[in-house]
Design a protein around this ligand. Structure first.
Ligand SMILES: O=P(O)(O)OC[C@H]1O[C@](O)(CO)[C@@H](O)[C@@H]1O
Ligand SMILES: [Mn+2]
Length: 434
């Protein structure tokens, strides 16, 4: 490890947000999983019979054991299942053991690593089932949060419908203004994750368009002008969105993608998603499919036209939905080139990478305790497959790229500014010019 880098965030710092996350938030997420699996018993029995019930029992048992391991600060143990990423995880456990001089522990080791490990252990419980190997322990919550966001979704779809019709009919529009607006809608969509709330209802309630104006002052660093100039000069170009949460956030990402495509700023959009349930609300293939199914049942003209168009875009390859196991690995992104060279080179074909959300941000900056005024480029530690930007509301006590004194000023105004999801950053790193 580079001695000059600040230390990784960890629950061993009791005043940091890692500590209550591991002590309270993670155990409560696991308790909720055990709870919902029991509640699903009747349904599962109908569909899968006794084997299904046995699987549910086994998932609940594994999750309760894991909860106990966390609460008693046990050592991390190797993953044991047949998923193709097992070796990666177990090799990393060995590597961390060597680095730390002893086996990693929940309240001692880097927060990023142990928190990712928890979700991989939950998946282990599912992988070892006999009939429920596709089971998603967070499915109900994710679906409900999409349904609970129907109202703001409709407002957004109707608005976008007018915008795209105007574009098509050649009406003169302020594309720059729309670009900035839809980026901000997608940014604030990131408020709606289910991990920060420990799985409690966190759906979008207010009007997503009004929010853009009222929340302007809560953006601590705003590189939108630079991003706009870059995209305008590159257009039409390939844009990659590294997705975060299902539910309303995904709706906002799809709307951003639609705007970029119909305005011809983007020629192609890649959506990157998780290959198994992750940090409660992150998008998987089945969440993406459910979102489309849900839209297909809508009575709204705008929604049903968009969903047909989006399916066509996916069929024709203008849009691509891709998953990669790297996104559900514990590695910070500066290690992507080493651990997933194929993904790194795939991303380098893009003109702009948009990283959504808090966890992506933590991985971009290596989840280290950087002084907030550290240059954003420096904190990326060489990760630069293509020009990139982040749309992130702050839910963890790490941030870089703020101007000198900004953190201190905000701290006086709101002592929870780094963790309450009320503040945000839009940061751009152009990297090496291509
Ligand atoms: O969905 P997001 O924005 O990545 O947030 C995920 C959550 O997980 C954490 O990274 C850790 O629990 C928080 O910082 C945040 O609440
Ligand atoms: Mn998430």
């Amino acid at each position: 490890m580079d001695e000059n880098l600040p230390p990784p965030l960890s629950a061993r710092f009791k005043e940091s947000f890692a500590y209550p996350t591991i002590k309270e938030r993670l155990p409560s997420i696991l308790a909720k999983i055990a709870d919902t699996t029991f509640r699903n018993k009747v349904q599962i029995k109908e569909k899968y019979g006794e084997d299904g019930c046995e699987d549910l029992k086994s998932i609940a048992g594994c999750v309760s054991k894991l909860r106990n391991e966390i609460m008693t600060g046990k050592k991390l143990i190797p993953i044991q299942d047949k998923r193709s990423d097992v070796k990666t995880w177990n090799d990393y456990l060995d590597e961390m053991t060597v680095n730390e001089g002893s086996t990693p522990q929940w309240f001692v080791s880097p927060w990023l690593y142990v928190e990712c490990y928890m979700y991989r252990r939950v998946q282990e419980a599912v992988e070892n089932c006999s009939v429920l190997r596709q089971y998603d322990v967070f499915m109900e919550q994710k679906r409900q949060s999409l349904i609970d966001s129907d109202q703001p979704t409709l407002i957004l779809m109707n608005y976008l419908f007018t915008v795209t019709n105007d574009i098509q009919s050649g009406k003169s529009l302020d594309i720059q203004k729309l670009f900035k607006q839809l980026i901000q809608v997608s940014l604030w969509g990131n408020k709606c994750d289910l991990s920060i709330s420990g799985g409690a209802d966190n759906a979008q309630k207010s009007c997503p368009l009004d929010q853009v104006n009222t929340l302007c002052d809560f953006i601590l660093r705003d590189d939108l002008d630079k991003i706009w100039q870059y995209v305008r000069d590159k257009a039409p170009c390939r844009v990659d969105i590294v997705l975060d949460n299902a539910g309303f956030e995904l709706v906002t990402d799809l709307c951003l993608a639609e705007f970029l495509t119909s305005s011809k700023l983007a020629s192609q959009i890649y959506f990157h998603a998780k290959s198994f349930p992750w940090f409660v609300s992150d998008v998987t293939q089945s969440d993406f499919d459910f979102t489309f199914q849900h839209f297909m049942q809508s009575n709204s003209l705008a929604t049903s036209q968009f969903v047909t168009q989006w399916k066509n875009r996916l069929d024709s390859g203008t849009w691509k939905f891709v998953v990669n196991d790297f996104w559900t690995s514990p590695f910070p992104y500066c290690e992507m080139r080493k651990h997933s060279p194929d993904l790194y080179s795939e991303l380098s074909n893009s003109s702009l990478l948009i990283f959504k959300g808090d966890l992506n941000y933590r991985k971009l900056v290596g989840d280290r305790s950087w002084p907030p005024s550290t240059d954003f480029d420096t904190s990326l530690q060489g990760f630069s497959p293509a020009p990139l930007c982040t749309l992130r509301t702050l839910k963890a006590d790490v941030v870089t790229g703020l101007c000198e004194g900004k953190a201190e000023t905000i701290e006086k105004q709101d002592k929870n500014w780094m963790i309450n999801g009320q503040w945000a950053v839009i940061e751009f790193a152009e990297g090496m010019k291509k």
